[in-house]
Design a protein. Structure first.
Length: 92
């Protein structure tokens, strides 16, 4: 009778837990990956996390001094253009 067996879960229950904060605000109760502080879903898996060399921080140039100066020049030119158009409309 396989239904009468008692499962030995003491080793599983005494293993270290993840402890990461879940969306509901409680702590994760999943077992931590061996040698890590987090479970497989919260960063304990191999090759998880940010890439080496901070590849996510590549700049696109929109907020460099040159990019900001270019946008200011374009806005100034557009302002002058609108002012000239207003003068031409009202001058007739």
């Amino acid at each position: 009778m396989s239904g009468d067996r008692i499962r030995k879960t003491s080793a599983m229950m005494t293993s270290p837990r993840c402890g990461a904060e879940t969306r509901s605000g409680t702590t994760c109760r999943a077992p931590a990956v061996h040698g890590k502080a987090r479970c497989r879903m919260h960063g304990g898996a191999r090759r998880s996390g940010a890439p080496k060399g901070n590849q996510n921080a590549r700049t696109h140039g929109a907020f460099t001094q040159d990019g900001i100066a270019e946008r200011r020049a374009i806005r100034a030119l557009l302002g002058e253009t609108w002012e000239l158009l207003r003068e031409l409309d009202f001058g007739e």
